[in-house]
Design a protein around this ligand. Structure first.
Ligand SMILES: [Cu+2]
Length: 126
C-alpha cells in the first residue's frame, strides 16, 4: 500500500515537471528576439525570386521592411519593372545574373517583366 501510493506520488510529481519544462521551452522560443529567425517583425531577411519558365517564383512574397529580395534571373533574359512609388530601382534586362533589391518602404509593390507579357509578381513589405 505504501509503495503503491508512493509510486502514484512520483507520477504526480513527474507530470507537473514535464509541463514546466514544456512551458519553459515555449517561453524560450516565443520570448523576445533571442534566436528564432523565421517570423521576426523588424528583422531583415533575404528572400529569393527565381524565373522558371518565364514566371516569377514565388509570384507573391511577404517580407519585413528593410529586407531584401535576390532576383535570380535564369534562362531567358528578364527585367523587373516596378510600378509603385517607394519601390526600389528597376532591374534592366539581364540573363544569368543575381540582382538584389532592398525594400525600405512598407507597401505593396507589383512588378512585371516587360519582355514577357503576363510575367509578373508582387512583394508586400510590412
Ligand atoms: Cu521575362
Amino acid at each position: 500500500m505504501t509503495i503503491g501510493s508512493g509510486r502514484r506520488e512520483t507520477r504526480r510529481l513527474r507530470a507537473p515537471r514535464a509541463t514546466l519544462v514544456a512551458l519553459a521551452a515555449v517561453a524560450a522560443c516565443g520570448g523576445s528576439d533571442a534566436t528564432a529567425p523565421a517570423p521576426n517583425p523588424g528583422g531583415t531577411t533575404t528572400a529569393v525570386v527565381s524565373t522558371p519558365g518565364n514566371t516569377f517564383s514565388p509570384p507573391f512574397l511577404n517580407i519585413a521592411v528593410g529586407s531584401s529580395v535576390r532576383f535570380e534571373i535564369r534562362g531567358n533574359p528578364h527585367n523587373v519593372i516596378f510600378s509603385t512609388a517607394g519601390a526600389p530601382a528597376n532591374i534592366n534586362v539581364v540573363s544569368n545574373a543575381d540582382v538584389t533589391r532592398t525594400f525600405g518602404t512598407r507597401g505593396t509593390f507589383p512588378y512585371d517583366c516587360t519582355v514577357h507579357p503576363g510575367m509578373s509578381g508582387e512583394i508586400v513589405v510590412q
